[in-house]
Write a protein that binds this ligand. Structure first.
Ligand SMILES: Nc1ncnc2c1ncn2[C@@H]1O[C@H](COP(=O)(O)OP(=O)(O)OP(=O)(O)O)[C@@H](O)[C@H]1O
Ligand SMILES: [Mg+2]
Length: 276
């Protein structure tokens, strides 16, 4: 399998009031073509920091060391302009907060058009056709109407799905999705996760899928890294994480998830949940 991204001893430090704090510690991993790597961990464990550092999305208060080799080229050594080009053409990122990715002043259609004008050679008609296709694929109702809307007129979940659809249609070599399904209800989440699987199969895109949800991650990831306090504390396939995790923190995460599932099943079977 061709390695698409490999990080080596990635470290991220934050300087605040002349003090340096380490947020990401010695993170090394790789993702191959057509592979999906899951990153699991609780809030604040350093998941977003890790991928933001790789993509050059952190400001000057942060110091980064180590290597992030994308097809052999170290992204940490690249200038801002060249990183911007890589981000647009070869690596797509679905950010955790969808609101920040849309300009409040422009309608959805014009924002989608602008993105496709920059990254493809499609004519206007093809762009419109593909924009509608994205919304349909992402199970958004009344796509024609949605294209005319401004971001604040749509829910966070809808914006998140539009972002996922755009990223997928661009067919990047690497897709980084940071909590891509958190704002989406569970039925739609299932369908969106199916889309992730489909793009991987059809295009062979390498993926990094970040989540604190073991259920979502288990559906798409071939391999899972567990992060705690900026460090990788465990890694393996879903079965390893579920049954044989050596790390205490990982076991705790799994137990918590199981406890929630058990409680849910008890409520359903005990009639505490009413379906009408
Ligand atoms: N802009 C920032 N300035 C200072 N510290 C930050 C900043 N962003 C994140 N941190 C800190 O870095 C650490 C890692 O944060 P990060 O956002 O990577 O967590 P995460 O695992 O993505 O959590 P979540 O699941 O909530 O998204 C946390 O301790 C957080 O407080
Ligand atoms: Mg995060």
């Amino acid at each position: 399998m061709n390695t698409v991204l490999e990080t080596k001893n990635l470290q991220v430090y934050l300087t605040e009031r002349k003090e340096e704090k380490q947020l990401v510690k010695n993170v090394s991993f790789s993702v191959g073509q057509g592979e999906c790597l899951g990153i699991l961990g609780e809030s604040g464990s350093g998941k977003s920091m890790t991928v933001k550092a790789i993509l050059g999305l952190l400001d000057r208060n942060f110091r980064i060391s180590g290597q992030a080799l994308f097809e052999g080229k170290d992204l940490l050594m690249e200038c801002k302009e060249s990183l911007r080009r890589v981000r647009g053409n070869q690596i797509s990122m679905i950010l955790q907060n969808p609101m920040t990715c849309f300009d409040p002043l422009f309608r959805i259609e014009s924002q989608m058009r602008e993105t496709f004008e920059v990254h493809t050679d499609w004519d206007r008609e093809t762009i419109r056709k593909n924009s509608l296709k994205i919304l349909e694929r992402m199970k958004i109702q009344e796509p024609e109407e949605v294209l005319k809307k401004y971001p604040h007129q749509l829910s966070g979940g809808m914006l998140q799905r539009i972002m996922i659809g755009i990223a997928m249609l661009l067919q990047p070599k690497l897709l980084i999705a940071d909590e891509p399904t958190t704002a989406i209800d569970s039925v739609t989440q299932y369908e969106v996760l199916e889309e992730f699987l489909r793009i991987r199969q059809e295009v062979g895109t390498a993926m990094i899928f970040i989540s604190h949800d073991l259920g979502a991650i288990s559906k798409v990831a071939d391999r899972i890294l567990v992060m705690n306090q900026g460090k990788i504390v465990d890694q393996g396939n879903f079965s390893h994480i579920l049954h044989d995790a050596s790390d205490e923190y990982t076991r705790l995460l799994v137990e918590k998830r199981m406890a929630v599932m058990k409680k849910y099943r008890e409520m359903v079977s005990g009639g505490a949940i009413c379906w009408n």
